[in-house]
Design a protein around this ligand. Structure first.
Ligand SMILES: Nc1nc2c(ncn2[C@@H]2O[C@H](COP(=O)(O)OP(=O)(O)OP(=O)(O)O)[C@@H](O)[C@H]2O)c(=O)[nH]1
Ligand SMILES: [Mg+2]
Ligand SMILES: [Zn+2]
Length: 358
Protein backbone atom coordinates (compact mmCIF):
# COMPACT_ATOMS: atom_id res chain seq x y z
CA UNK A 1 0.00 0.00 0.00
CA UNK A 2 1.23 3.49 -0.83
CA UNK A 3 2.49 5.28 2.29
CA UNK A 4 0.20 8.27 1.68
CA UNK A 5 -2.78 5.98 1.82
CA UNK A 6 -1.59 4.93 5.26
CA UNK A 7 -1.48 8.54 6.42
CA UNK A 8 2.16 9.37 5.60
CA UNK A 9 2.73 13.12 5.17
CA UNK A 10 5.45 15.80 4.97
CA UNK A 11 5.58 15.81 8.75
CA UNK A 12 6.92 12.24 8.74
CA UNK A 13 8.85 12.56 5.48
CA UNK A 14 10.94 15.36 7.04
CA UNK A 15 11.93 13.08 9.91
CA UNK A 16 12.74 10.19 7.59
CA UNK A 17 14.71 12.18 4.99
CA UNK A 18 18.10 12.17 6.81
CA UNK A 19 17.83 8.40 7.32
CA UNK A 20 17.09 7.41 3.75
CA UNK A 21 19.58 4.84 2.51
CA UNK A 22 20.16 3.51 6.03
CA UNK A 23 18.14 0.39 5.33
CA UNK A 24 15.30 1.56 7.56
CA UNK A 25 11.79 1.44 6.12
CA UNK A 26 8.72 3.33 7.38
CA UNK A 27 5.75 1.33 8.60
CA UNK A 28 2.56 2.13 10.46
CA UNK A 29 1.58 0.23 13.59
CA UNK A 30 -1.90 -1.26 13.10
CA UNK A 31 -2.15 -3.27 16.32
CA UNK A 32 -0.22 -4.00 19.47
CA UNK A 33 -0.27 -7.19 21.49
CA UNK A 34 2.29 -7.11 24.25
CA UNK A 35 5.79 -7.07 22.76
CA UNK A 36 4.55 -7.89 19.25
CA UNK A 37 3.23 -5.32 16.82
CA UNK A 38 1.32 -5.65 13.57
CA UNK A 39 2.52 -3.09 11.04
CA UNK A 40 1.68 -2.09 7.51
CA UNK A 41 4.55 -1.07 5.24
CA UNK A 42 4.69 -0.21 1.56
CA UNK A 43 5.41 -3.90 0.85
CA UNK A 44 2.42 -5.03 2.86
CA UNK A 45 1.60 -6.23 6.37
CA UNK A 46 4.29 -7.57 8.69
CA UNK A 47 4.96 -8.45 12.30
CA UNK A 48 7.41 -6.33 14.26
CA UNK A 49 9.25 -6.10 17.55
CA UNK A 50 11.17 -3.28 19.16
CA UNK A 51 14.94 -3.49 18.99
CA UNK A 52 17.04 -3.87 22.13
CA UNK A 53 17.98 -0.22 22.15
CA UNK A 54 14.50 0.78 23.31
CA UNK A 55 15.52 -0.40 26.74
CA UNK A 56 18.04 2.41 26.85
CA UNK A 57 16.36 5.22 24.96
CA UNK A 58 12.88 4.82 26.36
CA UNK A 59 12.16 6.90 29.45
CA UNK A 60 8.64 5.60 29.89
CA UNK A 61 5.84 3.66 28.35
CA UNK A 62 4.91 6.53 26.04
CA UNK A 63 8.22 6.16 24.17
CA UNK A 64 7.28 2.69 22.92
CA UNK A 65 5.25 2.30 19.71
CA UNK A 66 1.48 2.58 19.98
CA UNK A 67 -1.28 1.81 17.49
CA UNK A 68 -1.23 4.46 14.77
CA UNK A 69 2.47 5.24 15.21
CA UNK A 70 4.86 5.62 12.33
CA UNK A 71 8.02 3.64 12.99
CA UNK A 72 11.29 3.05 11.17
CA UNK A 73 12.15 -0.61 11.02
CA UNK A 74 14.86 -2.86 9.73
CA UNK A 75 14.71 -6.42 8.51
CA UNK A 76 13.53 -8.64 5.79
CA UNK A 77 10.60 -10.91 5.39
CA UNK A 78 7.92 -11.10 7.97
CA UNK A 79 9.67 -9.97 11.13
CA UNK A 80 10.73 -6.34 11.30
CA UNK A 81 12.85 -4.79 14.03
CA UNK A 82 11.59 -1.36 15.08
CA UNK A 83 14.48 1.03 15.61
CA UNK A 84 12.66 4.29 16.02
CA UNK A 85 9.24 5.83 16.63
CA UNK A 86 8.74 8.98 14.56
CA UNK A 87 7.49 12.07 16.39
CA UNK A 88 3.72 11.99 16.70
CA UNK A 89 1.48 14.49 14.97
CA UNK A 90 -1.06 13.88 17.71
CA UNK A 91 -1.68 11.37 20.45
CA UNK A 92 -4.50 10.19 22.64
CA UNK A 93 -3.13 9.08 25.95
CA UNK A 94 -4.15 8.37 29.47
CA UNK A 95 -2.35 8.30 32.73
CA UNK A 96 -1.56 4.60 33.05
CA UNK A 97 -3.90 2.85 35.50
CA UNK A 98 -2.61 2.01 38.95
CA UNK A 99 -2.22 5.40 40.55
CA UNK A 100 1.08 6.38 38.93
CA UNK A 101 1.69 9.31 36.63
CA UNK A 102 3.14 7.34 33.71
CA UNK A 103 1.62 8.21 30.35
CA UNK A 104 0.22 5.47 28.14
CA UNK A 105 -0.49 6.29 24.50
CA UNK A 106 -3.72 4.64 23.37
CA UNK A 107 -3.68 5.87 19.78
CA UNK A 108 -1.14 7.90 17.83
CA UNK A 109 -1.44 10.20 14.83
CA UNK A 110 -5.19 10.51 15.07
CA UNK A 111 -6.73 13.30 13.01
CA UNK A 112 -10.30 13.06 14.24
CA UNK A 113 -11.41 11.71 17.58
CA UNK A 114 -14.98 10.49 17.93
CA UNK A 115 -15.89 11.21 21.53
CA UNK A 116 -18.68 8.68 21.94
CA UNK A 117 -21.51 8.55 24.45
CA UNK A 118 -24.83 6.76 24.46
CA UNK A 119 -28.36 8.11 24.47
CA UNK A 120 -29.92 5.32 26.46
CA UNK A 121 -29.77 7.41 29.58
CA UNK A 122 -28.20 6.17 32.75
CA UNK A 123 -24.62 7.03 33.37
CA UNK A 124 -23.26 7.09 29.83
CA UNK A 125 -23.75 10.73 29.08
CA UNK A 126 -22.84 13.41 31.55
CA UNK A 127 -21.67 16.96 31.00
CA UNK A 128 -18.72 16.43 33.32
CA UNK A 129 -17.64 13.27 31.49
CA UNK A 130 -17.87 14.96 28.12
CA UNK A 131 -15.76 17.89 29.34
CA UNK A 132 -13.05 15.51 30.49
CA UNK A 133 -12.93 13.61 27.22
CA UNK A 134 -12.83 16.84 25.21
CA UNK A 135 -9.94 18.17 27.27
CA UNK A 136 -7.98 14.92 26.86
CA UNK A 137 -8.56 14.93 23.10
CA UNK A 138 -7.58 18.59 22.77
CA UNK A 139 -4.44 18.00 24.81
CA UNK A 140 -3.42 15.23 22.40
CA UNK A 141 -3.90 17.41 19.33
CA UNK A 142 -6.74 15.60 17.50
CA UNK A 143 -9.97 17.35 16.43
CA UNK A 144 -13.00 16.12 18.36
CA UNK A 145 -16.39 15.12 16.96
CA UNK A 146 -19.09 14.27 19.51
CA UNK A 147 -20.94 11.05 18.67
CA UNK A 148 -24.14 10.17 20.50
CA UNK A 149 -24.98 6.54 19.77
CA UNK A 150 -28.05 4.36 20.45
CA UNK A 151 -30.54 7.00 19.30
CA UNK A 152 -32.92 4.07 18.66
CA UNK A 153 -33.33 3.90 22.44
CA UNK A 154 -34.08 7.59 22.81
CA UNK A 155 -37.49 9.15 22.07
CA UNK A 156 -37.28 11.91 19.46
CA UNK A 157 -38.24 14.73 21.83
CA UNK A 158 -35.50 13.78 24.27
CA UNK A 159 -32.87 13.89 21.55
CA UNK A 160 -33.20 17.66 21.27
CA UNK A 161 -32.57 17.91 24.96
CA UNK A 162 -29.32 15.94 24.62
CA UNK A 163 -28.28 18.11 21.69
CA UNK A 164 -28.88 21.23 23.79
CA UNK A 165 -26.81 19.87 26.64
CA UNK A 166 -23.91 19.11 24.27
CA UNK A 167 -24.16 22.52 22.64
CA UNK A 168 -24.08 24.25 26.02
CA UNK A 169 -20.62 22.73 26.56
CA UNK A 170 -19.04 22.61 23.15
CA UNK A 171 -21.17 24.48 20.66
CA UNK A 172 -18.44 24.57 18.04
CA UNK A 173 -17.61 20.85 18.12
CA UNK A 174 -19.49 18.87 15.43
CA UNK A 175 -22.22 16.59 16.81
CA UNK A 176 -23.56 13.38 15.25
CA UNK A 177 -26.51 11.40 16.62
CA UNK A 178 -26.88 7.90 15.30
CA UNK A 179 -27.57 4.25 15.92
CA UNK A 180 -25.10 1.47 15.21
CA UNK A 181 -28.04 -0.91 15.49
CA UNK A 182 -30.46 0.57 12.95
CA UNK A 183 -27.92 2.45 10.85
CA UNK A 184 -29.77 5.75 11.30
CA UNK A 185 -27.34 8.66 11.04
CA UNK A 186 -24.34 6.50 10.08
CA UNK A 187 -23.85 8.46 6.88
CA UNK A 188 -23.28 11.71 8.77
CA UNK A 189 -20.50 9.95 10.69
CA UNK A 190 -19.03 8.64 7.46
CA UNK A 191 -18.71 12.24 6.29
CA UNK A 192 -16.00 12.67 8.94
CA UNK A 193 -14.01 9.71 7.62
CA UNK A 194 -11.67 11.07 4.98
CA UNK A 195 -9.37 8.99 2.72
CA UNK A 196 -5.81 8.94 4.09
CA UNK A 197 -6.95 10.35 7.46
CA UNK A 198 -7.19 8.50 10.75
CA UNK A 199 -10.12 8.63 13.11
CA UNK A 200 -10.43 6.93 16.48
CA UNK A 201 -13.23 6.16 18.90
CA UNK A 202 -13.11 6.90 22.58
CA UNK A 203 -15.76 6.97 25.27
CA UNK A 204 -16.97 4.90 28.22
CA UNK A 205 -17.29 1.13 28.00
CA UNK A 206 -20.57 -0.06 26.51
CA UNK A 207 -21.52 3.01 24.48
CA UNK A 208 -21.04 1.08 21.22
CA UNK A 209 -17.65 2.12 19.86
CA UNK A 210 -16.93 -1.35 18.48
CA UNK A 211 -20.51 -1.69 17.22
CA UNK A 212 -19.99 1.55 15.26
CA UNK A 213 -16.75 0.23 13.74
CA UNK A 214 -18.60 -2.91 12.67
CA UNK A 215 -21.46 -0.86 11.22
CA UNK A 216 -19.07 1.35 9.26
CA UNK A 217 -17.13 -1.62 7.90
CA UNK A 218 -20.27 -3.60 7.20
CA UNK A 219 -18.84 -6.69 8.89
CA UNK A 220 -18.19 -7.96 12.38
CA UNK A 221 -14.51 -7.28 12.94
CA UNK A 222 -14.83 -6.32 16.58
CA UNK A 223 -16.49 -8.16 19.42
CA UNK A 224 -19.22 -6.17 21.09
CA UNK A 225 -20.18 -6.72 24.66
CA UNK A 226 -23.25 -6.85 26.82
CA UNK A 227 -24.17 -3.88 28.92
CA UNK A 228 -24.84 -4.79 32.55
CA UNK A 229 -28.49 -4.43 33.36
CA UNK A 230 -27.97 -3.16 36.90
CA UNK A 231 -26.04 0.01 36.13
CA UNK A 232 -26.09 0.21 32.33
CA UNK A 233 -22.33 0.17 32.20
CA UNK A 234 -20.27 -1.80 29.75
CA UNK A 235 -17.90 -4.61 30.62
CA UNK A 236 -14.73 -3.45 28.94
CA UNK A 237 -15.05 -5.75 25.96
CA UNK A 238 -12.37 -4.19 23.79
CA UNK A 239 -8.91 -4.53 25.27
CA UNK A 240 -6.82 -4.35 22.12
CA UNK A 241 -6.19 -1.21 20.14
CA UNK A 242 -6.40 -1.84 16.44
CA UNK A 243 -6.46 0.18 13.24
CA UNK A 244 -8.98 -0.68 10.51
CA UNK A 245 -9.16 0.36 6.87
CA UNK A 246 -12.41 1.56 5.39
CA UNK A 247 -13.19 0.95 1.75
CA UNK A 248 -13.01 4.67 0.94
CA UNK A 249 -9.40 4.79 2.20
CA UNK A 250 -10.06 6.23 5.65
CA UNK A 251 -8.62 4.58 8.74
CA UNK A 252 -10.08 4.19 12.22
CA UNK A 253 -8.86 2.96 15.55
CA UNK A 254 -10.98 1.29 18.21
CA UNK A 255 -9.87 1.97 21.77
CA UNK A 256 -11.09 0.45 25.02
CA UNK A 257 -13.44 2.34 27.30
CA UNK A 258 -11.51 4.14 30.02
CA UNK A 259 -12.20 3.55 33.69
CA UNK A 260 -10.74 6.79 34.89
CA UNK A 261 -10.11 10.00 33.06
CA UNK A 262 -7.25 12.05 34.30
CA UNK A 263 -6.43 14.82 31.89
CA UNK A 264 -2.90 16.20 31.88
CA UNK A 265 -1.26 18.91 29.84
CA UNK A 266 -1.67 22.63 30.14
CA UNK A 267 -4.64 24.87 30.68
CA UNK A 268 -4.83 25.74 26.96
CA UNK A 269 -6.40 22.31 26.41
CA UNK A 270 -9.38 23.41 28.49
CA UNK A 271 -10.44 25.86 25.80
CA UNK A 272 -12.29 23.37 23.59
CA UNK A 273 -14.51 22.20 26.45
CA UNK A 274 -14.91 25.61 28.09
CA UNK A 275 -15.07 28.14 25.26
CA UNK A 276 -17.06 30.70 27.25
CA UNK A 277 -14.51 30.66 30.09
CA UNK A 278 -11.55 30.82 27.71
CA UNK A 279 -13.14 33.79 26.02
CA UNK A 280 -13.72 35.62 29.29
CA UNK A 281 -10.17 34.80 30.44
CA UNK A 282 -8.86 36.95 27.63
CA UNK A 283 -10.36 39.97 29.38
CA UNK A 284 -8.90 39.35 32.86
CA UNK A 285 -6.68 42.13 34.17
CA UNK A 286 -3.68 39.82 34.62
CA UNK A 287 -2.57 37.66 31.74
CA UNK A 288 -1.71 34.76 34.05
CA UNK A 289 -4.93 35.12 36.03
CA UNK A 290 -5.87 31.91 37.88
CA UNK A 291 -9.55 33.01 38.15
CA UNK A 292 -9.56 32.17 41.85
CA UNK A 293 -9.59 35.54 43.68
CA UNK A 294 -7.53 37.87 41.51
CA UNK A 295 -8.69 41.47 41.14
CA UNK A 296 -10.06 42.37 37.73
CA UNK A 297 -10.92 38.74 36.89
CA UNK A 298 -13.46 38.74 34.06
CA UNK A 299 -14.32 35.07 34.64
CA UNK A 300 -15.27 35.63 38.29
CA UNK A 301 -17.31 38.67 37.33
CA UNK A 302 -19.30 36.72 34.73
CA UNK A 303 -19.84 33.88 37.20
CA UNK A 304 -21.20 36.30 39.79
CA UNK A 305 -23.45 37.85 37.17
CA UNK A 306 -24.72 34.40 36.21
CA UNK A 307 -23.46 34.67 32.62
CA UNK A 308 -21.13 31.71 33.23
CA UNK A 309 -22.80 28.77 34.97
CA UNK A 310 -21.37 28.05 38.39
CA UNK A 311 -21.03 24.29 37.82
CA UNK A 312 -19.08 25.00 34.64
CA UNK A 313 -16.75 27.29 36.53
CA UNK A 314 -16.23 24.66 39.23
CA UNK A 315 -15.59 21.92 36.67
CA UNK A 316 -13.07 24.16 34.92
CA UNK A 317 -11.22 24.99 38.11
CA UNK A 318 -11.00 21.40 39.35
CA UNK A 319 -9.80 20.13 35.96
CA UNK A 320 -7.15 22.86 35.81
CA UNK A 321 -5.99 21.91 39.31
CA UNK A 322 -5.88 18.19 38.47
CA UNK A 323 -3.91 18.83 35.31
CA UNK A 324 -1.33 20.84 37.20
CA UNK A 325 -0.86 18.04 39.72
CA UNK A 326 -0.49 15.26 37.11
CA UNK A 327 1.90 17.40 35.09
CA UNK A 328 4.06 18.12 38.13
CA UNK A 329 4.16 14.43 39.11
CA UNK A 330 5.11 13.46 35.60
CA UNK A 331 7.94 15.96 35.36
CA UNK A 332 9.32 14.89 38.72
CA UNK A 333 9.04 11.19 37.85
CA UNK A 334 10.75 11.76 34.48
CA UNK A 335 13.62 13.53 36.23
CA UNK A 336 14.03 10.70 38.74
CA UNK A 337 13.93 8.03 36.03
CA UNK A 338 16.50 9.76 33.84
CA UNK A 339 18.82 10.04 36.83
CA UNK A 340 18.41 6.36 37.68
CA UNK A 341 19.10 5.36 34.09
CA UNK A 342 22.23 7.52 33.90
CA UNK A 343 23.50 5.90 37.11
CA UNK A 344 22.81 2.47 35.62
CA UNK A 345 24.74 3.27 32.43
CA UNK A 346 27.66 4.70 34.42
CA UNK A 347 27.79 1.46 36.40
CA UNK A 348 27.86 -0.61 33.20
CA UNK A 349 30.67 1.50 31.76
CA UNK A 350 32.70 1.16 34.98
CA UNK A 351 32.13 -2.61 34.95
CA UNK A 352 33.25 -2.79 31.32
CA UNK A 353 36.54 -1.03 32.06
CA UNK A 354 37.13 -3.14 35.17
CA UNK A 355 36.94 -6.28 33.02
CA UNK A 356 38.59 -5.01 29.85
CA UNK A 357 41.04 -2.52 31.32
CA UNK A 358 41.28 1.16 30.41
N1 LIG B 1 -29.84 -0.51 21.00
C1 LIG B 1 -28.59 -0.30 20.61
N2 LIG B 1 -27.60 -1.05 21.13
C2 LIG B 1 -26.34 -0.82 20.72
C3 LIG B 1 -26.03 0.17 19.76
N3 LIG B 1 -24.69 0.18 19.57
C4 LIG B 1 -24.20 -0.78 20.38
N4 LIG B 1 -25.17 -1.39 21.07
C5 LIG B 1 -25.01 -2.48 22.06
O1 LIG B 1 -24.28 -1.98 23.17
C6 LIG B 1 -23.43 -3.00 23.71
C7 LIG B 1 -22.00 -2.50 23.85
O2 LIG B 1 -21.45 -2.24 22.57
P1 LIG B 1 -19.88 -2.28 22.27
O3 LIG B 1 -19.71 -1.90 20.85
O4 LIG B 1 -19.26 -3.54 22.73
O5 LIG B 1 -19.38 -1.09 23.23
P2 LIG B 1 -17.91 -0.49 23.34
O6 LIG B 1 -18.07 0.98 23.45
O7 LIG B 1 -17.05 -1.00 22.25
O8 LIG B 1 -17.42 -1.04 24.77
P3 LIG B 1 -15.92 -1.39 25.26
O9 LIG B 1 -15.23 -2.18 24.21
O10 LIG B 1 -16.14 -2.17 26.52
O11 LIG B 1 -15.26 -0.07 25.55
C8 LIG B 1 -23.59 -4.20 22.77
O12 LIG B 1 -24.47 -5.11 23.35
C9 LIG B 1 -24.15 -3.60 21.51
O13 LIG B 1 -24.92 -4.52 20.78
C10 LIG B 1 -27.12 0.95 19.22
O14 LIG B 1 -26.96 1.86 18.40
N5 LIG B 1 -28.36 0.67 19.69
MG1 LIG C 1 -15.35 -2.09 22.24
ZN1 LIG D 1 -9.43 35.59 35.65
Amino acid sequence: MKLERLGWSDFFEAQFAPLKGSGLVPARVTAEAGPVYAVEAEEGPATAQVSGRFQYIACGRADFPATGDWVLARGEGDLLMIERVLDRKSRFSRTAPGGGSDEQVLAANVDTMFVTASLEGGRNFTERGLERYLVMVADGGASPVIVLNKCDLCPADERDDFARRVTSIAGNVPLVMLSALTGEGIESLRAHLVPGATAAFTGPSGVGKSALINALLGREVQHTGQVREDDRRGRHTTTRRELFFLENGAMMIDTPGLRELRPSGDAASLEVAFPEIAEAAGRCKFRDCGHADEPGCAVLRLVSEGAIAHDRYQAYMSLAREMRVTEALRTEKGRRERKARDREIAKLVKEYYRIHGE
